[in-house]
Design a protein around this ligand. Structure first.
Ligand code: PHE
Length: 471
C-alpha cells in the first residue's frame, strides 16, 4: 500500500512493470482474439484493418494517455479522479459525467464479456475431454466429421443452461480476483497469466504459419481498397480500436489511479497500445489461415474463433493438447480483461458508498449476472427479443449484440470525445504537462491530436457511421 495525494492509504501497483502488465492485461483480451477477427471478417478485411490501425495511432493512443493521466492525478475512482482534475483546473465538477458514463459502460461490457468468457471455458472442457478420448499424440476429434466439429458451437450456445451456467462460472472467477484487491489479486493474475499468454500465442501462430493460406491471409488483411471504407465500417473499426484498448469506459482512468508518480505515462501508453495492436494482428494471422484453408466463411461472426480453430487442431499432431493450450491462453487473456471491467464499477462503489471491496464486488457481480444471463439467453430462448429494433443499426439484433454495439459504437466514442475536450481544452495546462511526461515536439503533436484531431474525427466518424446507408 502506498500513500495517495489525499493522504489516505490506497492500494497501488507494486512496480512500473506490474502496472504495464495489468494494463496490457486489460487491453489484450477477447477483443483481440475473438472480436477483432470477427469484425475484420464481417467488415471486409483490409480496409477495416488499416483504418483500425489509423484509429489506434491517431485517436486511441492520445486518449489512452489522457485517461491514465486523469487517473494518476486523481488517485481515486474514475468519476472522483475527474472531479479532482477539474477542481485543480477550476472547472466544473460535472465533467465527471465522462467517467460516470464509463462506469456504466464497463458494467454493460462486463455483462456480455463474461458470456464469451464462458464459451472459452466450454472449449477448454471440450479439449480436456478430447485428450481423454483420443489420447495426446494424434489430432483432436478423431473420427469426427467437419460438420460434427462445427456443430459444437451452435449446440452449446443454443442451450440456456450451458450459456448461463458458464457465464456465471466465468463471472465468479473474475469476482474472486477483484475481491482480493489490486496488488494481491489483479496484479497476481496479470503477472503470471500475461507472460504465459504471449508464449502460447507465438507458438501457435508460428505453427499455423506453416499450415498454408498464409499469403492469402496477408492479402486479405492488408490490401487497402478505399472504396470499401463506408461510414458503418469506419465506425466499426473505431469501436473496435476503443474496445481493444479498453478506452472510453473509465478503465484506464481506474488503472491509472493505482500508478505511482515515478512512472512515465507517455512511454507506457505507447507500449500498451503497441502490444495490444500487435496481439490483434497476430490473432488475425493465426486465425485466418485456418479459415481459408478449411474453406470456411470469414464472415461467420461471433462463432468465427470457436468454429474455425477446432478444425486446425484436428489435423495437428498433439492437436488436443495444442487446442487445450490455445483456449487456456484465450481464457487467461479474457480473465485479465474481465478483471479490469469489474474493477471499474467496484472501485466506484467503494469510493461512493464507502463499502468494503468484497461487498462491492458481490453487488456489482450480481448485477452483471442478471444482465449477462439475458445476453446469454439471447442466443437461445430469447432469440426473438430485439430490444432496440426501432433504431436502424440495431434492427434485428438480440440483447447480446445490442450491448456490444451500444457500448462500442456509442458509449466508447462519446466518452472519448468528452475526455479529449476535457484534457485538451479544460484541464489546467501545467497539471497536464507535469503528468504526461512528454516534451518538445511530441508534446505539441499529442496536444494537437487531443485538441483537434480526436474530437473532430470522433464526431465525424460517429455521424457517418450512424447515417442510414445509401442504396
Ligand atoms: N480491451 C479488452 C479486450 O480487448 C476489453 C475491455 C474493454 C477491457 C474495456 C476493459 C475495458 O478484450
Amino acid at each position: 500500500m502506498a500513500l495517495s495525494q489525499s493522504g489516505s492509504t490506497r492500494d497501488h501497483w507494486s512496480s512500473r512493470s506490474a502496472f504495464i502488465l495489468a494494463a496490457i492485461g486489460s487491453a489484450v483480451g477477447l477483443g483481440n482474439l475473438w472480436r477483432f477477427p470477427a469484425e475484420a471478417g464481417a467488415n471486409g478485411g483490409g480496409a477495416f484493418v488499416l483504418f483500425y490501425i489509423g484509429c489506434v495511432v491517431l485517436i486511441g493512443l492520445p486518449i489512452l494517455l489522457s485517461e491514465t493521466l486523469i487517473g494518476r492525478h486523481g488517485q481515486a475512482s474514475a468519476p472522483e479522479s475527474v472531479r479532482r482534475v477539474a477542481s485543480a483546473s477550476r472547472a466544473s465538477p460535472h465533467w465527471d459525467i465522462l467517467a460516470s458514463m464509463g462506469v456504466l459502460a464497463a458494467f454493460l461490457i462486463l455483462s456480455f464479456y463474461c458470456v464469451v468468457g464462458g464459451w472459452v471455458l466450454y472449449y477448454i472442457g471440450v479439449f480436456f475431454v478430447d485428450i481423454f478420448n483420443s489420447g495426446i499424440s494424434g489430432g483432436a476429434f478423431t473420427d469426427q466429421s467437419a460438420e460434427q466439429i462445427e456443430s459444437l458451437f451452435p449446440t452449446m450456445i443454443g442451450s440456456a443452461g450451458w450459456t448461463v451456467g458458464l457465464d456465471a462460472l466465468f463471472l465468479g472467477i473474475t469476482l474472486y480476483f477483484v475481491a482480493r484487491g489490486v496488488s494481491g489479486g489483479i496484479e497476481f493474475v496479470a503477472k503470471w497469466l500475461m507472460p504465459a499468454f504471449f508464449v502460447l500465442l507465438i507458438l501457435i501462430t508460428v505453427y499455423g504459419a506453416f499450415g498454408g493460406a498464409f499469403n492469402q491471409t496477408l492479402e486479405y488483411l492488408f490490401t487497402f481498397e478505399p472504396e470499401k471504407l463506408t461510414g458503418p465500417i469506419m465506425l466499426a473499426a473505431l469501436g473496435q480500436a476503443f474496445f481493444s484498448l479498453s478506452l472510453g469506459v473509465a478503465g484506464m482512468i481506474t488503472y491509472g489511479s493505482y500508478v505511482g508518480r515515478n512512472v512515465n505515462l507517455a512511454s507506457t501508453s505507447a507500449l500498451i497500445s503497441g502490444a495490444d495492436t500487435a496481439v490483434a494482428l497476430i490473432a488475425g494471422l493465426c486465425i485466418f489461415p485456418i479459415v481459408f484453408s478449411a474453406g470456411l466463411s470469414v464472415s461467420a461472426g461471433p462463432g468465427l474463433m470457436f468454429q474455425t480453430l477446432p478444425h486446425a487442431f484436428q489435423e495437428m499432431p498433439f492437436g488436443s493438447v495444442v487446442g487445450l493450450a490455445f483456449f487456456v491462453m484465450v481464457g487467461f487473456a479474457a480473465l485479465t480483461s474481465s478483471v479490469a471491467l469489474l474493477e471499474v464499477p467496484v472501485a466506484w462503489m467503494i469510493d461512493k458508498f464507502r463499502v468494503v471491496r468484497v461487498f462491492s464486488a458481490i453487488i456489482v457481480g450480481f448485477g452483471a449476472l442478471v444482465l449477462g444471463a439475458l445476453a446469454a439467453l439471447s442466443f437461445n430462448v430469447l432469440s426473438d427479443w430485439h430490444p432496440l429494433d426501432f433504431i436502424p443499426i440495431f434492427e434485428g439484433q438480440g440483447f447480446f449484440d445490442v450491448l456490444d454495439g451500444l457500448t462500442a459504437k456509442f458509449f466508447m466514442p462519446i466518452g472519448a470525445i468528452l475526455t479529449a475536450l476535457f484534457i485538451g481544452w479544460v484541464a489546467d495546462r501545467k497539471l497536464v504537462d507535469i503528468e504526461n511526461g512528454l516534451g518538445g515536439a511530441l508534446h505539441l503533436t499529442w496536444l494537437a491530436l487531443v485538441r483537434f484531431v480526436c474530437p473532430i474525427a470522433l464526431a465525424a466518424i460517429l455521424v457517418v457511421g450512424l447515417l442510414p446507408e445509401e442504396e
